[in-house]
Design a protein around this ligand. Structure first.
Ligand code: PMP
Length: 359
């Protein structure tokens, strides 16, 4: 009975489940391996003791956090919208622009939420395949043709791309924004700190561009749920019209601002993870029968002989990684987040041990 009342386009969806299993090392969700610096935990405690209290609603506009972000990015505060994770902004942008039967175009494979939120809105997802045989090569001309032919309302470019790790050049991004001027182009830069390239500087020039950033990866705060968009003021205003009131908690606003102000420490952690990524890639290349796709993010996609079995075996040994064995395209792949040197060494030891047992 309930099912019959549900909108037809939603009946086939299944809830997103994040398995809560005990682990020794968690390398499955591209989180940061670092905990909050002690100085910030201390200031948080002070806030809980002496701040306005959680009985009071947060600042609906996340004013102080937006000011800090605007200064860093050299944009105006009214060009930034803060959400409970960039996930919320993905959903809000689709809700603003995509109606029944309207198209959303993105390369495939990519972050699954673009598709899910398009379906929720009653829109039509259009996937442009990346070439798996050529390290998931992105063909920009074909992509631009598809966007314009399909009259896409919204385009998503995940850059670097999750889960493949590849990157689209700024030159190609600018071409897409310019040549697809009837579409909203969303560049999701959830992992951009690890490739040191960003499309934010184009925002002043192109009114159809939105860049999404998150605190969940390089800024240690996946558990606090905080992300933001940078766009021209017109798009920001449209998002604000439908943004749920008080969407970002006062604790999250405070903690995100504090973490962001610790730029030196954050940049050191980013550089450390980029170095660890290089070391991991070097070690993985030496293991027989595995192939690694080039990565510009804090994770590596690895082609392996038996993705499902290897993932299960790693899980038994307390190591969580992302298993793609049920995916039609990535069925022979696993994805691992880059951890600390100690975590990566344990992973490498167990992983080579399991691979050797296949040979
Ligand atoms: N974009 C991409 C590409 C992601 O991989 C993720 C998280 N896995 C998100 C957005 C969402 O991040 P959050 O909601 O935690 O900001």
């Amino acid at each position: 009975m309930i099912k019959d009342l549900v909108r037809p386009e939603l009946q086939k969806l299944v809830p997103y489940v994040s398995h809560q299993i005990p682990y020794r090392i968690k390398l499955d969700a591209n989180e940061s391996p670092f905990e909050l610096p002690a100085s910030i935990s201390k200031r948080l405690e002070d806030y809980l003791k002496n701040g306005p209290g959680l009985n009071i609603y947060p600042d609906n506009e996340s004013t102080e956090l937006r000011k800090t972000l605007a200064k860093y990015w050299n944009v105006d505060s009214d060009e930034i919208v803060v959400g409970t994770g960039s996930n919320q902004l993905i959903q809000l942008i689709i809700t603003v622009f995509v109606g029944n039967g309207e198209k959303v175009v993105y390369p495939w494979p990519t972050f699954s939420m673009y598709k899910i939120n398009t379906l929720i809105a009653g829109g039509v997802p259009v996937e442009v395949p990346l070439d798996k045989d050529r390290d998931f090569l992105f063909a920009v001309d074909e992509f631009i043709d598809t966007v314009n032919r399909e009259r896409a309302k919204v385009v998503f470019l995940c850059n670097p791309n999750n889960p493949t790790g590849g990157m689209i050049s700024l030159e190609d991004i600018e071409r897409i924004v310019k040549e697809c001027s009837n579409s909203i182009i969303v560049v999701d830069e959830a992992y951009a700190e690890f490739c040191t390239q960003s499309a934010v500087s184009f925002v002043k020039k192109y009114e159809n561009l939105v860049v999404l950033r998150t605190f969940s990866k390089a800024y240690l705060l996946a558990g606090a749920r905080c992300g933001y968009s940078i766009s021209g003021p017109e798009i920001a205003n449209e998002i604000n019209k439908i943004r749920p009131t008080y969407n970002v908690s006062s604790l999250t606003q405070l903690i995100a601002k504090m973490v962001f102000e610790e730029q030196k420490e954050m940049q050191d952690k980013i550089l450390y993870l980029i170095e660890q990524r290089g070391n991991l890639e070097d070690s993985l290349r030496k293991i027989k029968d595995v192939y690694i796709y080039p990565s510009f993010a804090n994770y590596i996609l690895i082609k392996v002989p038996e993705a499902g079995i290897i993932s299960k075996e790693l899980e038994k040994r307390g190591i969580l990684i992302r298993d793609f064995s049920n995916d039609p395209i990535l069925h022979d792949c696993i994805r691992i987040s880059v951890g600390t040197k100690e975590q990566n060494d344990i992973f490498l030891k167990e992983f080579s041990d399991i691979i050797n047992s296949f040979l």
